[in-house]
Design a protein around this ligand. Structure first.
Ligand code: GLU
Length: 290
C-alpha cells in the first residue's frame, strides 16, 4: 500500500521530533564512516528545520569511530613483527573520547555546508537523577531550538561510570535507544524516530525470509510473537533495545517510528503520513515504514 493513509493522524501535530541514529547507520560494515548516509540524513534534517520542525538528534558512533581511528594509527605505526603479536583491544572510554570529537567534527562540517548550526550535548545516566540538571537541560534545549540550532546528544561514555558490556538495564537509560526515549519524555517531543539498519520491526530475524514487517506494534499482541535476532553488529542496542525503548515512550503517549536509516527521505515520508496501516492509539507502540 502506497500513498497517504489518513488513519495515521499523529503526524499532523508533530512539531518537535527526536531522531536517534545508531552506530550501524553512522558506520559502514568495515567500521569506517558512512559518509553518504550521514550526508543524506543531514540534508533531511536541514529540510525539516527549514519547514519549522524542531529536530533533536541522538547519535551513536563515537566508540566505533574512535576504535577505528586508534586501530588505524596502530596499524600505520606497527612493524610487520608487531602485527604478528596478539592485538589488545582499546579501552572503550578512550575510544569514546577520541570518536566523539571525530563524530561531531563530521556533523558540524556537513551541517555547516547546509547552513545549519548544530550543538553537542553529552549526558550521563546519573545526571538525570538531579532535578536541577533536568530543568537546565530543558531550558538549554529550548533556547537552542528557538535559535533553530540542532541539539545533538550522545551519552558521555568517556566519563560515564558504567562499563561495557552494558548489560545492566536498570539505570535511567542504558543505551542510546533508551536515552532517546527518555529525552522524548523529558523534552516533550511529539514523535520519536529510531533509525535502524533494517526497515522496521520484523516478526523474526530480518534475514529470515519468513519474517514479516510489523507495521503497528501492540505489546499485548506482538510481545510473544516476535523472535529477536542478534543484537546490533556494532552499537549497544539492537531491535530488542529499540522495542523496549519504543514501548516506554509509546506508553507515555509519544508515537514512535522505527524505520531504516539507509533510505533517504524516510523521516519526511513519516511526517507526510505515508505508508500507514494502522492508526496509533495509546495502546500502540510504533509503526514500521517500508
Ligand atoms: N554512545 C555510544 C557511542 O557513541 C553508543 C551507545 C549505543 O549503541 O546505544 O558509540
Amino acid at each position: 500500500m502506497n500513498g497517504t493513509d489518513r488513519s495515521r493522524g499523529f503526524f499532523k501535530d508533530v512539531k518537535r521530533l527526536i531522531i536517534k541514529v545508531g552506530t550501524a547507520v553512522v558506520t559502514r560494515a568495515d567500521g569506517r564512516l558512512a559518509l553518504g548516509r550521514l550526508g543524506a540524513l543531514c540534508e533531511q534534517i536541514k529540510d525539516l528545520n527549514s519547514l519549522g520542525y524542531e529536530v533533536i538528534v541522538v547519535t551513536s558512533g563515537a566508540v566505533g569511530l574512535g576504535r577505528q581511528r586508534l586501530k588505524y594509527r596502530r596499524l600505520v605505526n606497527s612493524s610487520f613483527a608487531d602485527l604478528q603479536k596478539p592485538q589488545v583491544d582499546f579501552d572503550g572510554k578512550a575510544c569514546a573520547a577520541v570518536g566523539q570529537n571525530n563524530l561531531m567534527a563530521l556533523y558540524d562540517t556537513l551541517f555547516s555546508q547546509l547552513d545549519v548550526t548544530s550543538a553537542q550535548l553529552l549526558v550521563t545516566d546519573s545526571d538525570f537523577r538531579d532535578e536541577g540538571f533536568r530543568k537546565q537541560l530543558d531550558e538549554t534545549v529550548k533556547s537552542l531550538l528557538a535559535l533553530r540550532v540542532i541539539p545533538i546528544f550522545n551519552e558521555n561514555d568517556a566519563v560515564s561510570t558504567r562499563r561495557a558490556p552494558y548489560e545492566d538495564s536498570s539505570g535511567i537509560f542504558w543505551d542510546n535507544d533508551s536515552l532517546a526515549a527518555l529525552l522524548a519524555l523529558e523534552l516533550k517531543a511529539d514523535l520519536l524516530v529510531l533509525l535502524s539498519d533494517v526497515e522496521g520491526l520484523y516478526s523474526g530475524p530480518p534475514s529470515d525470509p519468513q519474517s514479516k514487517l510489523i507495521h503497528t506494534y501492540i505489546k499485548e499482541i506482538h510481545q510473544s510473537e516476535i523472535t529477536f535476532g542478534d543484537k546490533s553488529r556494532v552499537g549497544r542496542g539492537g531491535m530488542t533495545a529499540k522495542v523496549k525503548a519504543a514501548v516506554n515512550a509509546a506508553y507515555a503517549g509519544i508515537p514512535v517510528v522505527i524505520t531504516s536509516g539507509y533510505a533517504p527521505e524516510n523521516i519526511m515520508k513519516v511526517l507526510q503520513g505515508e505508508r500507514v496501516w494502522h492508526s496509533l492509539s495509546s495502546r500502540c507502540a510504533f509503526v514500521g515504514l517500508c
